[in-house]
Write a protein of this length. Structure first.
Length: 266
């Protein structure tokens, strides 16, 4: 009888290990957030220190995830304006061998997407905007793709046991939506959306090659992009604070990125 009870206890332990909750992998572990302005506070208008160049704040998806998983140590390495080079030089050194979860969102600045957006806003010529977008898309293939391979390799070397989730960028516009004819033309909006598609293709391909997960933000945000009929999760052009423009707002971080991340991690 004693041996049967012992066997039953072992079986229960095995079942518990197999059916363990999604969050248990990270219990008492360490989460490190790497990335650019999409991983920090631009768009939320709420900052720890508005004069800090990294522009971090409390309403971002990494902060919210960390608050919901208080047993997990949290390191916020993300910084506004970061490129893959910045991530390698300044952020990856904050990874350690005991890191259990990494989110990584970088790439837009490598292809000059901010300058592309600014040009599309300021130019009155659709073709000028579209040409700039096409140049950024070519750079995503020729420059960003190998840079991501190097970056992802460095992440894996620094955190060999971590679960790494690469976070994608959303499309910005609903084409033919509620914006009408004002602002950018639908041709310009379509071009800008195509840049998000190219970034997603490059990032997902490189993530798969590295053995990382890719969280595609496009289907998450599409019902809530600019000109959609629903609540908007990304900021539009904000002349009073240009650097807040075209970023996830507080709802985008909370109901978009955080909800999608929680669906992966629990």
């Amino acid at each position: 009888m004693r041996s049967i009870k012992a066997l039953f206890a072992v079986l229960l332990a095995i079942v518990a290990a197999v059916t363990i909750s999604p969050t248990a992998y990270a219990a008492n572990g360490k989460y490190v957030a790497l990335g650019d302005s999409y991983a920090v506070a631009p768009g939320t208008r709420t900052y720890d220190n508005p004069n800090d160049a990294c522009r971090r704040g409390p309403l971002t998806y990494p902060r919210l995830w960390a608050a919901q998983h208080s047993s997990v140590a949290f390191v916020e390495a993300s910084c506004s304006g970061a490129t893959t080079t910045d991530v390698i030089n300044s952020q990856i050194p904050q990874l350690t061998a005991d890191t259990t979860l990494v989110t990584l969102q970088v790439g837009g600045n490598d292809v000059g997407f901010v300058d592309v957006l600014t040009n599309c806003i300021l130019t009155i010529d659709d073709r000028d905007c579209i040409n700039g977008v096409e140049a950024a898309k070519q750079a995503a293939q020729s420059v960003l793709s190998p840079a991501l391979a190097q970056t992802y390799g460095a992440v894996r070397a620094a955190a060999p046991n971590a679960r790494v989730i690469v976070i994608g960028y959303p499309r910005l516009y609903t084409i033919g939506g509620s914006c009408g004819i004002f602002g950018l033309s639908d041709a310009e909006r379509t071009a800008m959306n195509s840049a998000a598609d190219t970034l997603a293709s490059v990032m997902s391909s490189r993530a798969a090659a590295a053995g990382f997960e890719f969280l595609d933000a496009r289907p998450v945000f599409d019902p809530h992009t600019i000109c959609s009929s629903g609540s908007t999760w990304v900021t539009s052009l904000e002349w009073d604070k240009i650097n807040e423009s075209y970023h996830p707002n507080a709802a985008g971080h909370r109901d978009g990125y955080l909800a999608a991340l929680n669906a992966r991690t629990g």
